[in-house]
Design a protein around this ligand. Sequence first.
Ligand code: CA
Length: 232
Amino acid sequence: MTRNRWTVLIIEDEKTIGNYIEAILANKDYRTLRAADGVTGLSLYASHHPEVVLLDLGLPDMDGMEVLKKIREFSSVPVIVISARIQEREKVDALDGGADDYITKPFGAEELLARIRTALRHRLHMGQSGVQEPMYSRDGLVIDFSKRMVTLRGKAVHLTQIEYKLVSLLARNAGKVLTYDYILKEIWGPYADTDNQILRVNMANIRRKLESNPAEPHYMFTEIGVGYRMLE
Ligand code: CA
């Protein structure tokens, strides 16, 4: 038996999808809890305190966004929204409403497991001690947060203040989608008169400095209509 059996709460009314998720997770030794509606989901959450919640947005008794809001009233547990709908607005709303990530149906086992691992890692990093990793290092790209230095395959990369802030914000949240609104607020402040255009321009400049092919980024991905995600 493995030592760490994380508990995942699945709030999903479609039986086949619930079974599918449960089978994937059981295979990796996760403990699972199932709820087919929002009320049951909330009560299971309150009684079992799972480490991750998978939340379908289209539930029979209440809107998934409502469930998310209720969970956020008392908990910062990672919530991954399962969306059948393809509207970008909904993904953005879910992320801005406190979801940690989303996954769109249909999805494969590997994608689901990767999202859960990311969510758990963020929970471990941020949750208990509040201590951050001192560095981001992936495929030759190194960001030293304490020295505020970025190197690519050993060579220093010169970034503007804003560019550095952007890269480090994404790197500190590597693997997780950050929405345009969230990034704008974090970098330029809540009252700044900015729009996505300034963000796009800065991202294009960063990609020219970091990516060997900016059109096919290796480090910083665009989630179309939603935001950006940095390679985990
Ligand atoms: Ca549903």
